[in-house]
Write a protein that binds this ligand. Structure first.
Ligand code: GDP
Length: 457
């Protein structure tokens, strides 16, 4: 992969007015270009200040006219985000200022950065490996606190270190077999063979553990699909609204990709949820109601968690429990007695094993028990080993290939094949692990990864 010789520039903050807007430069000419577009108030040139020092001054257009009063800093490669020389202007967050500023940087010799090009350069210069670069994307798109924490852990190198451990153990195995190849007449000591098999088996175990995290990665990325079902008037819409209102700061609307509904995202009990929209259905006349029932069924079939609502203020009916039974057969289910602020009706005796049961009041915004129950339903995993999980299909595929090759190597060792055949397997495992961190990855794959980033990142 060739290193870049040109200097890129972009607006790195979101579009629209804001307190601060950032213009970013990276490349061999970053500092001279920044200098051409900047006049410090103290009168010293930018490079007369130390790298990373924030310098107060004017951002200038190509005619030398001030565009904004800004803070400017530069860093010198390799100690910068991209590993190249970089400069950054912290401007007022005005779209017009930023666009004029960017024009000035172009006039001074920079070109527009492509999507993810800053992070791509960081990867090319070895400042981040591929797993870390993917974590940057995950961090930007995190939909839940836990998702953000895992991405931060991965960015800090937790996954890379884990993979690095496996990689280095396999390199030891390979080194040993290379040595054996050099002296083909000498038999491998049986004790050594056992030791090698143990190393391979340990690495297989590590890869198994890593691959078992894929489900968690998917949950963090996509949220647990959660269906809220119950009879008309059970309080489904009210609960949905209360759940969304619970932590408004991280609620987002995600238009459904495969159907016309809007799926609501929220986080409850530390678990990212994707609420499947059955609650929004209004029961009117028959045909619509029928459709509602069908959609509830479909939502239950797709769900990773079902909340079955029964109105605690009304006598429960047989069909409530029939629905509960149906839900329990499909996914982890929580029985939610709704309207807990009203005087309760007597609870009928039912002849079935009940799932986790909680009382909520959407009206009083009392969802404490529900939060706890959801947290208990997904206890394990989301809140530990931050950053040490596989979060996308590319990582899963590479780890799975590595595991396959390690297994094959163990099989080969057991059946006494020649060291050169075994070496091929170990090399294949190393290649796959290298793809995970980007040590050995094809350029089209990295292109695809970085093209998903936004411009300016
Ligand atoms: P859905 O048909 O299951 O979606 O039920 P809704 O959420 O539309 O609620 C039906 C009725 O119950 C409405 O009149 C709500 O105001 C009322 N309701 C819902 N939740 C509560 C609650 O927690 N407490 C009280 N007192 N009333 C509630």
């Amino acid at each position: 992969m060739s290193l870049q010789t040109d200097t890129i520039a972009a607006i790195s903050t979101p579009t629209g007015p804001g307190a601060i807007g950032i213009l970013r430069l990276s490349g061999p000419e970053a500092v001279p270009i920044a200098e051409k577009c900047f006049k410090s108030l103290g009168g010293k040139g930018l490079r007369e200040h130390r790298p990373r020092e924030l310098v107060y001054g004017d951002l200038l257009d190509s005619g030398g006219q001030p565009i904004d009063r800004v803070l400017c800093a530069y860093s010198l490669g390799p100690s910068s985000y991209t590993g190249e020389d970089t400069a950054e202007f912290q401007c007022h967050g005005s779209p017009m200022v930023l666009s004029l500023g960017l024009e000035a940087l172009f006039a001074a010799g920079a070109r527009q950065a492509g999507a993810g090009e800053f992070t791509r350069r960081a990867f090319l210069h070895g400042r981040l490996d591929l797993a870390q670069a993917e974590a940057v994307g995950d961090l930007l798109e995190a939909q839940s606190r836990e998702g953000a924490r895992h991405a931060a852990g991965q960015l800090a190198g937790a996954l890379s270190r884990k993979i690095g451990g496996i990689y280095s153990a396999l390199v030891d195995v390979m080194a040993h077999f290379h040595a054996v190849l050099d002296y083909p007449d000498e038999d491998i000591d049986p004790f050594r063979l056992e030791e090698l098999d143990r190393t391979l088996s340990d690495q297989e175990g590590e890869l198994n553990a890593l691959l078992s995290t894929c489900g968690r990665g998917k949950l963090l990325r996509e949220g647990v699909p959660c269906a809220i079902v119950g009879r008309p008037n059970a309080g489904k819409s009210s609960l949905l609204n209360a759940m969304l209102g619970w932590d408004r700061a991280i609620v987002t609307d995600i238009p459904g990709t495969t159907r016309d509904t809007v799926e609501e995202r929220c986080e409850l009990g530390g678990v990212p949820l994707r609420l499947i929209d059955t609650a929004g259905l209004r029961d009117t006349d028959d045909p619509v109601e029928k459709l509602g029932v069908e959609r509830s069924r479909k939502a239950m079939e797709e769900a990773g968690l079902i909340l079955v609502l029964i109105d605690a203020s009304q006598p429960a009916e047989e069909e409530d429990f029939a629905l509960l039974q149906e839900a329990m057969a499909l996914a982890p289910t929580i029985l939610v007695w709704s309207k807990g602020d009203l005087p309760p009706a007597p609870i009928p005796v039912v002849n079935m094993e009940l799932p986790a049961t909680v009382t909520v009041s959407a009206k009083a915004e009392d969802l404490d028990e529900l939060c706890q129950a959801i947290s208990c339903a997904f206890p394990q995993d989301l809140r530990r080993d931050y950053g040490q999980i596989l979060t996308n299909a590319r990582q899963e595929e590479a780890a799975s290939r590595a595991r396959g090759a390690v297994r094959q190597a163990r099989g080969a060792l057991a059946s006494g094949v020649t060291p050169d055949a075994l070496l091929t397997d170990v090399e294949e495992a190393l290649q796959a692990l290298g793809e995970l961190t980007g040590q050995s990855v094809r350029e089209d794959v990295t292109d695809r990864i970085f093209s998903k980033f936004c411009v300016g990142k």
